[in-house]
Design a protein around this ligand. Structure first.
Ligand code: BLA
Length: 508
């Protein structure tokens, strides 16, 4: 079945039956430790045809000392790949190969990767120390992301290293990047969820780092393609050389990327984002340096909740400070309303929002970007009829009131508090529709479909899919914002009561 945008999730990317040909693979039966499958490119890289290796043991390739090391390792081997201290130099004039082994799907996997003299194989502890020190010192999540991508770029030399963070709808945004100075930035660009299908996301929870040193490769098939015991291609979830989806290779081609490395960022068992690396030309990074980057990815993942907590606390502090200033201003103003908008701190500063409005005794004061006064009165009328609660919030006003579509650009999201039960007195905060505030990577690109019309790899098509999921919605209001609005409401009620009591006292 041809792969399209809708069935992309079903492409069985874990059993491609082929490898990336920069290295070669031997699959050994777990029991007999004999080769049952070999990648077809052993002929090219070793000078031995794959079928000749079938039934052989690794003694065919490795000297006795290295075999002994391997024999000791087999019983302890798990699905986590391990680099062996083996350097295979089979044919004079051919590169050395490193051996990476793991156990999975009833097989022992022996993957041989060429040693690139340009990519250092030794992990430098000082580099690691610097990387961790900077990440630990980060004062916000964004700062943390920036340090991580800079460190990964320093270590690997990729032209572009980006932190790609997922939203709740699984679309994503480049939130930090380190790039070669002459490249166009991707910072702030959004990409739709469909760019990374579900089965790939599930695999990236198990395998934290993937590497494609040359995206223009022709896959080398396994010989035979099916494991004779199971009758199907072996599960390559943990294989370093796994040949990736041709759809993704085409995507990389469209991006202008000739080599990539991607590291999962996992928060509480969920994919939070990815560190994605791109190079304009093929780029081989040694296994040791990739492991160092993996260490950085795992450390980043482990520290992320702490950094997110820091951000939340900082925002909470900002809200509390602004609230306190508003309270002071209200207390010292002739009428409490002016205290909310006429001084340095205003209602607009309390929350991250586009605009705010005070509707009081038939008058409207607006701050920032808001709907027109008439439109705001319509919102107030709707609130009184349909949402009489003291504190109301929505991230999609049009879903509740389809007539509200005209104001989605300024007020897809609304947070409102009542100032008086019976009157049209309200304070409202507005958030614009997300669609109008994000920059989508493929928005201006034209539709590209393959001649057979089957593969919809077009950024424009993906954008349309994403647009439908976020249309008419704004960023959601956080529980701490809703609580703060409630506090503000209570405080205003207190002040009004105080003023009322003072007036009464004066009158008597
Ligand atoms: C995989 N797509 C991916 C991966 C990324 C992206 C990061 C993981 C690749 C890996 O870990 O090696 C997308 N890369 C991006 C994005 C950025 C980036 C968004 O750098 C932004 C900065 N792709 C499509 C469509 C389909 C598709 C429409 O765009 C399906 C029809 C498929 N993407 C697709 C598949 C994979 C993938 C199948 C899995 C590749 C694999 O691991 O075999």
């Amino acid at each position: 079945m041809p792969t399209t945008l809708t069935n992309c999730d079903r492409e069985p990317i874990h059993i491609p039956g082929s490898v990336q040909p920069y290295g070669f693979l031997l699959c050994l039966d777990e029991q007999t430790q004999r080769v049952v499958q070999a990648s077809a490119n052993t002929q090219e890289l070793l000078g031995i045809p794959a079928h000749e290796l079938l039934g052989a043991g690794l003694e065919r390739l490795l000297p006795p000392t290295q075999l002994a090391e391997l024999d000791a390792l087999w019983p302890t081997l798990t699905e986590t790949p391990k680099l062996l201290g083996v350097q295979l130099h089979h044919t004079p004039g051919q590169p050395f190969y490193k051996l990476i082994v793991h156990r999975y799907d009833g097989l022992l996997w022996a993957e041989f990767e060429p040693v690139d003299s340009n990519s250092p194989g030794v992990v430098d502890l000082a580099t690691l120390n610097t990387a961790l020190g900077q990440m630990l010192g980060a004062t916000s999540v964004l700062d943390f992301c920036q340090h991580a991508v800079e460190q990964v770029r320093n270590i690997t030399g990729f032209d572009r290293v980006a932190m790609y963070r997922f939203a709740a709808d699984e679309s994503g945004e480049v939130v930090a990047e380190a790039i070669r100075p002459d490249l166009d930035p991707w910072l702030g660009l959004h990409y739709p969820a469909t760019d990374i299908p579900q089965q790939a996301r599930a695999m990236y929870l198990k395998n934290w780092l993937r590497f494609i040193p040359d995206a223009s490769y022709q896959p080398a098939p396994l010989v035979p393609v099916r494991n004779p015991t199971t009758g199907r291609p072996p599960d390559m979830t943990h294989a370093v050389l796994r040949s990736v989806s041709p759809i993704h290779l085409e995507y990389l081609h469209n991006l202008g990327s000739a080599a990539t490395m991607t590291i999962s960022v996992i928060r509480e068992g969920k994919l939070w984002g990815m560190i994605t690396c791109h190079h304009l030309t093929p780029h081989l990074v040694s296994y040791e340096l990739r492991e160092l980057c993996l260490f950085i990815g795992k450390t980043f993942s482990a520290l992320l909740p702490t950094k997110e907590q820091q951000d939340l606390q900082a925002y909470q502090l900002h809200i509390q400070k602004t609230q306190a200033r508003l309270f002071e201003q209200m207390n010292s103003s002739a009428d409490f309303i002016t205290g909310l908008y006429q001084h340095t701190a205003t209602l607009l500063n309390v929350f991250a929002c586009g605009g705010a409005a005070i509707c009081f005794e038939g008058e409207i004061v607006t701050l920032g970007t808001t709907p027109t006064p008439d439109q705001i009165w319509d919102v107030v009328a709707w609130l009184r009829q349909h949402a009489p609660q003291d504190v109301f919030h929505t991230d999609s006003y049009t879903q509740l009131n389809p007539d509200g579509v005209a104001i989605r650009g300024t007020a897809s999201g609304i947070l409102a508090i009542t100032l008086a039960q019976a009157a049209n007195d309200y304070i409202l905060w507005f958030r614009p529709e997300q669609l109008q505030t994000v920059t989508w990577a493929g928005r201006t690109q034209k539709v590209e479909t393959k001649a057979d019309g089957q593969i919809f790899l077009s950024p424009r098509q993906s954008f349309e899919a994403w647009k439908q999921t976020v249309e008419n919605t704004a960023a959601a209001w956080l529980p701490l914002e809703i609580e703060a609005a409630q506090e503000l409401r209570l405080h205003i009620a207190d002040i009004r009561l105080k003023i009322f009591n003072e007036l009464q006292a004066r009158a008597t």
